[in-house]
Design a protein around this ligand. Structure first.
Ligand code: R1P
Ligand code: URA
Length: 284
């Protein structure tokens, strides 16, 4: 591959910002909180000492400022791993590609990425309104199959791949969390677990409204395979961080216990608790 990227490959806006995120290199901090919900961005940045930058395009809202004197960014990713593909590649471009010359920089910069999200649990003993840090993640979306050079597995992943019975779900990939170092931030979380990332909220997570899911034992099977919870972004965040050389950690607030049929009694209070909990730990 040539070092200089064609205009069609690294697409920029008129002001030189990256195409979807609408950001310039100086708009982001080295510590970035990623949230799914665009409305959560302002709920986080209201705790900043000051907000210097507010930009948005589509579902990608970004606020950058300082908290307790440290520069920090909060950004929404919207829902799903296909959005994470955009977020991760464009964030990486902001720090590791010279946007003017469209050339790779010789010095690599690693970002610290903190997903702050919500999830459902498939373990009946995992209680709602508590923090769950993702130790390992399995991607049941298809994203990472489109990248080369991806191989990373541990005992959990091998076991899962051998025993997962749903052969018709082809887009499956399983890998471990590399992020021991980032886990230091969240040592006191109530739960450290194995997360499954799905390409949907309903049948892919075993939910049935008017349509039947493919297997009514799905949640139990996942739990038997060691999965504690699921959501829709972490597989791509961990995998692309690993390939691009960034550091990532996910903490999700458990808002649904799917095995008990329980949902957080006050998910607004629960979200506030999540924000306080994360900010207290990532910026001292
Ligand atoms: C589904 O309701 C959304 O909530 C979870 C899922 O991963 C998905 O994005 O995370 P967020 O609360 O961060 O959006
Ligand atoms: N987010 C999900 O993806 N699933 C849930 O059950 C709750 C939050």
């Amino acid at each position: 591959m040539l070092n200089k990227l064609a205009a069609s490959e690294l697409v920029l806006n008129d002001d030189g910002s990256v195409y979807h995120l609408n950001l310039l290199p100086e708009d982001i901090a080295d510590k970035i909180i990623l949230v799914g919900d665009p409305d959560r961005v302002a709920k986080v940045s209201k705790y900043f000492d000051k907000v210097e930058i507010k930009k948005n395009k589509r579902e990608f809202y970004t606020h950058t400022g300082t908290l307790r004197g440290e520069r920090i960014t909060v950004m929404s990713t919207g829902i799903g791993t296909e959005n994470i593909d955009i977020v991760m590649n464009e964030l990486d471009a902001l720090v590791n590609i010279d946007l003017k010359n469209k050339e790779f920089k010789t010095e690599h910069k690693a970002l610290e990425l903190f997903r702050m999200g919500t999830c459902g649990s498939v373990n009946p003993d995992v209680q709602v309104d508590n923090m769950l840090v993702t130790q390992n993640v399995v991607g049941l979306d298809g994203l990472m199959h489109f990248y080369q050079d991806y191989s990373f597995e541990n005992e959990f992943s091998k076991n899962f791949m051998e025993k997962f019975p749903y052969a018709k779900i082809k887009p499956m990939l399983y890998f471990s969390d590399w992020a021991e170092e980032m886990g230091e931030y969240y040592k006191d979380a109530k739960y450290h677990g194995n997360t499954a990332t799905f390409p949907g909220f309903y049948a892919p997570q075993g939910r049935e409204l008017r349509l039947k899911a493919f297997d009514d034992k799905f949640l139990e099977t996942l739990n038997d395979l060691g999965v504690t919870n699921f959501e829709m972004e972490t597989s791509a965040i961990y995998a692309l961080s690993k390939l691009l050389g960034h550091k990532a950690i996910t903490v999700n607030n458990v808002i649904a216990n799917r095995r008990r049929g329980e949902f957080s009694a006050d998910h607004h209070a629960s979200e506030k608790n999540l924000i306080d909990w994360v900010l207290d730990r990532i910026i001292k």
